[in-house]
Design a protein around this ligand. Structure first.
Ligand code: SF4
Length: 362
C-alpha cells in the first residue's frame, strides 16, 4: 500500500497526469473520477467500463480506501446518525449525518485529534495525532452516503468535527476542490461551512481564495481574558486581530461570518458578557445584525463546565442588537459531545490494555 497512491484524493487533471505515465489516454481519468465520485464505485474490478487488464494495472498503482464504520449511533428521536470511523492506520474519527428540511448535512472531521487545546472540548485532552488526507475527508461523506439509498445523498457539509480545518489547510482545500468538481459530485461550496477557532493568518489566506464558503468562528467569549482562559489560541491571536480577519473575510468574499458561542454557566453567560459581545461584533459588520449560534455546552468528563441558560442569554443578546439562535440539538439522545465517541473508544481500549474491567462495546 505504501508505494501505491490514494486515487480518491486526485482531481481528474492530476489523475490524467498519472495515467499518462502509464501510457493510458487522458479521457480515462474523467471516466474513473466519475465512477468514484458519481457512481460510488470504489473497487477497480467493478468499474465495468474499463478492461480487465487496465483494472489490474490500476490496482498495481493505486488504492481506494473508504474509512470503515466502527460504531454507529442512530437517534431514536430524529434521523441523526453519528459514525465512529476507523482509518487504515487504526486512527478513529467522528462524522455526524443530520437531516434538515432543506437537505442532508454531514459534519466531518479534518484531523485525528487537535492541537488547539480548547478547555471545553472532548478532543483536546487526547492531543494531536495527524492531519486527515483529502481522501479521508471525502471518505467520511461517501461512507455515510453508502449507508443510505442513493436518493438520500449528503448535500451540505460543515467542517466542524474533530480538528481545526485551517491547521490542515492544503488538504482541506484539495478536499473542497474534489467535492465541488463538476465532473464528480459537484457539491456547491455555498453549502459548505468551515469552522475555525481563529487562526488569523490562515483566515486572511482563505479570504483571498474568494471561495463562497460560510465561515463560522468559534468565539465563546467577548473579552481576551475569558477567551484566553477557554481557548489557548487567543493568546496568539487576540480578539481585535480576529475581528479584523472576520471583517476582511466578509468584505472579500461577500459571504456570511457566523459565530459559535458555547454558553457555559458562570463563565460567559452574564449580562455583562452579552454587552461585551454586542460592543465586539456590531462594528465588524456595519449596517448588519451579527449572528451568533448559542450552544448549550456539552458535559465533557473532566472539564468541570456546566451548560449555561442559552435561551436567557439569547434574550440578553437580542437587547444588544445581535441575532442569536440556540442551536437545534439534533440527535439529542446520541448527543455525546463532539469527539466524545472517539475519546470513549480510546479510553476503553486503554483500560483493557491496562487490565481494568472496562470494555469498549465496539
Ligand atoms: S473545539 Fe475544535 S479547535 Fe478547539 S480543541 Fe476541540 S476540535 Fe480543536
Amino acid at each position: 500500500m505504501e508505494s501505491k497512491k490514494d486515487i480518491l484524493g486526485l482531481l481528474p487533471e492530476q489523475l490524467a497526469a498519472e495515467l499518462k505515465e502509464m501510457g493510458a489516454p487522458a479521457f480515462r481519468a474523467k471516466q474513473i473520477f466519475r465512477q468514484m465520485h458519481v457512481n460510488r464505485v470504489f473497487e477497480f474490478e467493478k468499474m465495468t467500463d474499463l478492461s480487465r487488464q487496465f483494472q489490474a494495472e490500476l490496482n498495481d498503482r493505486f488504492y481506494i480506501n473508504l474509512p470503515k464504520i466502527r460504531q454507529k449511533l442512530a437517534s431514536c428521536v430524529d434521523d441523526t446518525v453519528k459514525y465512529l470511523y476507523m482509518l487504515s492506520d487504526g486512527s478513529m474519527i467522528e462524522t455526524v449525518r443530520m437531516v434538515y428540511k432543506h437537505g442532508i448535512t454531514a459534519c466531518i472531521s479534518t484531523q485525528v485529534g487537535c492541537k488547539m487545546g480548547c478547555k471545553f472540548c472532548a478532543s483536546a485532552p487526547l492531543g494531536f495525532v495527524r492531519n486527515l488526507t483529502p481522501a479521508e475527508m471525502i471518505g467520511q461523506i461517501y461512507g455515510a452516503d453508502q449507508d443510505f439509498p442513493a436518493d438520500q445523498r449528503i448535500s451540505g457539509i460543515v467542517l466542524m468535527g474533530i480538528g481545526e480545518p485551517l491547521d490542515n489547510y492544503e488538504n482541506v482545500m484539495q478536499f473542497l476542490r474534489l467535492i465541488s468538481h463538476q465532473d464528480g459530485r459537484g457539491l456547491s461550496l455555498r453549502h459548505v461551512t468551515l469552522s475555525t477557532c481563529g487562526l488569523v493568518p490562515l483566515m486572511h489566506r482563505l479570504a483571498d481564495e474568494a471561495l463562497p464558503l460560510t465561515l463560522s468562528v468559534s468565539l465563546h467569549a467577548a473579552d481576551d481574558q475569558t477567551r484566553s482562559a477557554l481557548m489557548p489560541v487567543n493568546r496568539r491571536y487576540r480578539l481585535d486581530e480576529l475581528m479584523h480577519a472576520c471583517s476582511a473575510y466578509f468584505r472579500k468574499t461577500g459571504r456570511r461570518v457566523t459565530f459559535e458561542y458555547a454558553v457555559i454557566a458562570g463563565e460567559n453567560d452574564s449580562a455583562e458578557a452579552a454587552k461585551k459581545l454586542g460592543r465586539l461584533l456590531r462594528p465588524v459588520f456595519p449596517g448588519q445584525r451579527p449572528h451568533v449560534n448559542l450552544i448549550p455546552v456539552n458535559p465533557v468528563a473532566g472539564t468541570g463546565f456546566h451548560a449555561g441558560h442559552a435561551a436567557a442569554f439569547r434574550n440578553k443578546l437580542e437587547q444588544e442588537g445581535i441575532n442569536a439562535t440556540v442551536r437545534r440539538t439534533l440527535g439529542e439522545d446520541i448527543q455525546a459531545a463532539c469527539g466524545q465517541l472517539r475519546r470513549d473508544s480510546i479510553e476503553s481500549t486503554e483500560s483493557v490494555v491496562n487490565g481494568s474491567e472496562g470494555v469498549s462495546g465496539l
